[in-house]
Design a protein around this ligand. Structure first.
Ligand code: UDP
Length: 244
């Protein structure tokens, strides 16, 4: 099965490695690709916000960013092989870009974080051409940034504006671009810049990355409240047999 639909969102049935290979093929064929990495929070948001749901429907691929989605798929007897996270996908794409001399654009985060991200990427991946960058606190209605990205034609544009802003920005601007990968990467620039640390491997292995983040950024606790609601909705989907 190509997709697993969870609360009306079709998740691509793939693993990290195959997904990145697929993206590489699309870059080489110059196909336009909008990627959404969705966790339970994103799924819940889409189910409460019609416009956000419509934006997600523009996506070429939605992948399972988070153990909650993988667990839900299992419960629905339509298992997904593993998480495909935004951060890991960004790092894999950077490696690919370094190998193939791809051209990238970085959009989002605070000015200082963005500057550090640009420096880190240039040092770690010297063959990548960073064609441009723009911090994430700009007028979203203005088309100037869209026009400059359209002109530069990067192979990959990483959009770190937080959710739902990044997905909405991509959906609203996608028709202006000829090709390239467009992907919302949340707080990934902060991790690359070193302003936010990723969970130690042990937390990642135990699927407790969310718990580590909660410990480090306790203000996020409110977001976690959507998780029980998500679990409840999944059980309801299962009992209704609403799987496609
Ligand atoms: N961000 C931004 N512009 C905004 C809001 C957020 O550039 O208007 C950036 C923020 O500086 C951070 C990133 O988006 O680097 C992700 O923010 P957050 O951790 O809130 O994202 P989420 O966890 O919601 O994906």
């Amino acid at each position: 099965m190509k997709h697993v639909t969870i609360m009306d969102i079709p998740f691509l049935n793939t693993n990290q490695h195959s997904f990145v290979q697929l993206l590489n093929q699309r870059i080489q064929k110059k196909e336009k690709t909008f990627i959404v990495t969705a966790n339970p929070e994103v799924v819940m948001k889409a189910n409460h916000d019609q416009q956000f749901m419509q934006h997600l429907q523009h996506a070429s691929y939605v992948v399972a960013d988070g153990i909650g989605i993988v667990k839900a798929a299992k419960l629905l007897n339509q298992p997904l092989p593993e998480r495909v996270t935004g951060y890991d996908t960004m790092i894999d794409l950077l490696k690919l870009a370094d190998k193939n001399r791809y051209r990238i654009f970085l959009l989002g985060a605070k000015e200082g974080t963005l500057e550090k991200t640009v420096n880190e990427i240039s040092t770690r991946y010297p063959n990548i051409e960073i064609v441009g960058s723009q911090h994430g606190y700009f007028d979203r209605e203005s088309k100037d940034i869209t026009a400059s990205i359209a002109r530069l034609q990067p192979d990959i544009t990483f959009v770190a504006l937080g959710c739902p802003g990044q997905e909405s920005w991509i959906a609203n601007n996608l028709s202006n671009f000829d090709y390239g990968i467009f992907m919302g990467v949340g707080g990934s620039f902060d991790v690359i810049a070193g302003t936010v640390k990723r969970a130690p491997m042990i937390f990642q292995k135990l699927n407790l990355e969310w718990f580590y983040r909660l410990l480090k950024q306790p203000t996020r606790w409110r977001r976690m409240l959507t998780l029980p609601q998500f679990a409840f909705r999944i059980v309801r989907q299962k009992t209704k047999g609403k799987i496609s």
